[in-house]
Design a protein around this ligand. Structure first.
Ligand SMILES: CC(C)(COP(=O)(O)OP(=O)(O)OC[C@H]1O[C@@H](n2cnc3c(N)ncnc32)[C@H](O)[C@@H]1OP(=O)(O)O)[C@@H](O)C(=O)NCCC(=O)NCCS
Length: 195
């Protein structure tokens, strides 16, 4: 017997993938889908010790990066996620992504990194703010959440600056190179105050 939901979906299936993944702008930043020509800079980002520390899944080489980019395109087409290159004047500064789309409840998970040379200038909070505005507005999501290690103070600042309220500590949730870490949960829901 086919199961069914007693509530309508928050986002109608097919409504996101009916359009190309949008390009987003905030101040002088342009967020656009990844292009295969970004593979060298994307691979280079994962040579940075801080990105290696906090993002335990690493690409091995440029070919694998291009496979990831193809997976990003597929994720958009299947309404599972979206990944943006954060650029300024055509130069890639970082990555902001949404994943684990749940169209029924209208939830998604956020992730980000910024290249070392671009840090400290509010790139990640502004990119996250732009993605949140699109996701909680036009796209129709209701709740976005993110998790960071309790030892990652810079990421906690990004979440707070982008209006993601602290909701609690998830004990011993994630494995990093130096063992298990407690994780902070932050979320922003539709109607929250603008950051
Ligand atoms: C966390 C990260 C995305 C922040 O991006 P960003 O664009 O530099 O964000 P901000 O400019 O708002 O800076 C955030 C905090 O980083 C710290 N910071 C400032 N300048 C910095 C620099 N040059 N280098 C490193 N950290 C710096 C500060 O604590 C700052 O908070 P403050 O503005 O309240 O002082 C970036 O440091 C990064 O990519 N880190 C490695 C990967 C990572 O942690 N990803 C998130 C996993 S959950």
């Amino acid at each position: 017997m086919t199961s069914y939901f007693t509530t309508p979906p928050t986002i109608v299936p097919g409504s996101l993938a009916a359009h190309p993944q949008p390009e987003l702008t905030i101040d002088d930043l342009v967020l656009r889908p990844w292009a295969d020509t970004d593979a060298p800079v994307f691979l280079g980002a994962y040579r940075d010790p801080a990105i290696q520390r906090w993002h335990t899944r690493q690409p091995a080489d440029e070919e694998q990066v291009r496979t990831w980019f193809a997976q990003y395109r597929q994720a958009w087409a299947q309404e599972r996620g979206a990944s943006w290159a954060v650029t300024r004047d055509g130069e890639v500064l970082g990555r902001t992504a949404l994943g684990r789309f749940d169209l029924d409840d209208g939830n998604a998970v956020c992730a980000y990194w910024v290249l070392p040379a671009a840090r400290g200038a509010g790139v990640a909070p502004r990119a996250l703010t732009a993605v949140s505005a699109w996701a909680l507005g036009e796209a129709g999501f209701h709740r976005l959440h993110l998790s960071h290690s309790t030892r990652n103070d810079a990421s906690c600042r990004v979440a707070t600056k982008a209006g993601f309220q602290f909701e609690g500590t998830k004990r011993s949730e994630a494995v990093h190179a130096d063992g298990r870490h407690d994780m902070h949960l932050h979320a922003r829901i539709r109607g929250d105050d603008e950051p």
